[in-house]
Design a binder for this molecule. Structure first.
Ligand code: CA
Length: 235
């Protein structure tokens, strides 16, 4: 069975270009030219999508809103944002709720397909890997690697796939300085050829979810010029 991909792009030339290339790569493509249409198609197909590709600037509700609504519907769908410029993401970094990756326009078909293949592989590996131990604990946090749920002081925190994988990587390596490329290779795979910035975007989002003060993080500490370190707070 080919995997279903939802492509949301209002510019028909780009949408067709993407669709042709994804079909050629073996995916089943569902096209939408607006966010409303995308959510409708998602519901009609009962959420049977592996990945959604979302343009940001859309008529009606924008790509970020579509992203948030899809994420409310599914924790497991892979979401890739199509951005005109990287700055578009910087401006709205805090709003980047739930996306797993982004691709900057203009992109080559091979780059786009590689990103999608990589995300699909990650999503598949993630559900197949048998955990060594069921729970990873640190300070007020308990990450259950079987149910993939994160609890802080008894309160559940919702994580996307990527956030979960980053969190797990931190908890498996407490007190260790991890470079941004370590995180990227571990979470996105060796063959990923995106920018390191995606690591920062996801760490920023993870901090907003798990830190008491995201602007003054106590758990995910920045190692300047290198990467990040999980600081285990024993309480
Ligand atoms: Ca657009």
């Amino acid at each position: 069975m080919p995997k279903n991909i939802l492509v949301v792009e209002d510019e028909s030339a780009i949408r067709e270009f993407v669709t042709i290339n994804l079909k050629r790569a073996g995916y089943a493509v569902f096209e939408a030219s607006s966010g409303e249409e995308a959510l409708n198609i998602y519901d009609i197909n009962k959420g049977d999508f592996v990945i959604a590709l979302l343009d940001i600037m859309l008529p009606g509700i924008d790509g970020f809103n579509v992203c948030r609504r899809l994420r409310e519907k599914s924790k497991t769908i892979g979401i890739i944002m199509l951005t005109a410029r990287t700055q578009e993401l910087d401006k709205v970094g805090g709003l980047m709720i739930g996306a797993d990756d982004y691709v900057t326009k203009p992109f080559s078909p091979s780059e786009l397909v590689a990103r999608i293949d990589a995300l699909c592989r990650r999503l598949a590996i993630d559900t197949e890997t048998a955990p060594v131990s069921e729970e990873l604990k640190s300070g007020p946090f308990i990450l259950n690697v079987r149910t993939r749920s994160l609890v802080k002081n008894g309160k559940q925190i919702e994580l996307t796939q990527v956030e979960y994988q980053i969190m797990r990587y931190f908890l498996e390596n407490p007190g260790t300085a991890l470079s941004r490329s370590d995180v990227m290779n571990h979470v996105w795979g060796q063959d990923y050829f995106g920018e390191l910035k995606i690591v920062d975007v996801n760490v920023r989002r993870l901090r907003m979810k798990i830190e008491d003060e995201p602007s003054n993080p106590a758990y995910i500490q920045t190692v300047w010029g290198y990467g990040y370190k999980w600081d285990a707070k024993q309480e």
